[in-house]
Design a protein around this ligand. Sequence first.
Ligand code: NAD
Length: 468
Amino acid sequence: MAFTTKMLINGKLVDGDRTLEVKDPATRDTVAVVACASESQALAAVAAAKVAQPDWERLGWNARAQLLLAYADAIQQRAPELAEAMVREQGKPLAEAQGEVSYTEAFVRHFAGLTLPVEVIQNDDKGRIEVMRKALGVVVGISPWNFPALVPAAKLAPAILAGNTVVLKPAPTTPICALMLGEIAQSIFPAGVVNVVTDQNDLGSLLTSHPDVAKVTFTGSTATGRKIMANGSATLKRLTLELGGNDAAIVLDDVAVEAVADKIYQAAFYNAGQACLAIKRVYAHRAIYSTLCDAIAARASAAISGHGLEQSTQIGPIQNAAQFAKAKHYISAGEREGQIIAGGTVVEGKGFFVRPTVVRNIEDGSELVDQEQFSPVLPIIRIADAEDGLARANRSEYGLGGSVWSSDAARARSIAARLQSGTVWVNQHLSFGPNIPFAGAKQSGIGVEWTEHGLAEFTQLSVVNESY
Ligand code: NAD
């Protein structure tokens, strides 16, 4: 299949002044050579967004929402193509890619139905006070490589619904889905409203420090989030930062081990462990420690690794070379500081494959436990009791998600209430949707995404205060 290779700048699909070679992480074969922006093309995208913004805002909420709905329909029509591109550039199994594409459409459709009505807080013979929300201007959306369609679309939709215009910049190893979203947008939105540019990991600073950019919405690592905050400080840019995580699952002694092992395995190894909201460390009560370790290890050992387009594949490759090196590094840490009971090996061949790996008899203080491994390498730590698990889970600079597993709802809830993370699940992990707000605590982020809470972050609150 020939995929989109062109960028969208000012309503036109254009070649780049440079090119970017996209590799299939399962084979390292070239999937496509796509456009890559020069600095002047990135600046042209910001300039086009700036020119287009006032008319787009004037068009009105309902008209913008109608166009977003048309956009959701068009994404649905191109869903098979998007899913295949996603597997080829990102590596995830086709069923996971299809799931991401249907979420991409669902997020756009959900946003199209949201409003932020004017609030009248006083209206009497003395005066009238209205609180309204206005667009900010040009929004830059920067995304990582793990969810190449959902993350850009979930930034685009609320930004433009609120009357802003956008410049999207995907990760250099997975640009094709974002370029396709740009191509689809070209036939629906006026020129300049949506722009998509790619880079070689070198245009982020230019875009996030540009004086004509009012807001940056970023998903990626905490280290890059810090740079973006620094870059935005000169012009006090509005920021939404969805950053790294090191989600803990605290498993109490009253669980049904086999059923819980299924869910924990899925939530840890989904997308080969490369999900911000994946379980990255398991704290298991000593009473069920060994049986849970064995049950999760059995699932990891049985998992079928392969190319995402093969029907039998349950776990795909690591997405890129740097991340592959990281995964191997964390396997070595597991070997040194714990006991590997499943996986621990690289699959022979050209692709970036490691077997799903489970490590027991490991402690806090190991880099595999303390850092965000973002790989299919799961440490399981023995805890004395629920309080011990809670204290260990909270001893982290991150606070994206966390979960408590117990058959006693009251017991689970009392631990859940004290977990320091933006999302806390009970007896599940990784469940999310456009109707659920998403925020990171501590150094996992700033701001909120999705729902009206997230939509409001693409607006400026403005008060009209009249006196009679
Ligand atoms: P990354 O921070 O290296 O890159 C993310 C994006 O930022 C890429 O598009 C990259 O080109 C761009 N970038 C790089 N330097 C930049 C700079 N100086 N200024 C602006 N942009 C710059 O992250 P990654 O390795 O692509 O993704 C993995 C990370 O993303 C993990 O830490 C993961 O937890 C995080 N993540 C978070 C969420 C969330 O919602 N919290 C979701 C997915 C991924």
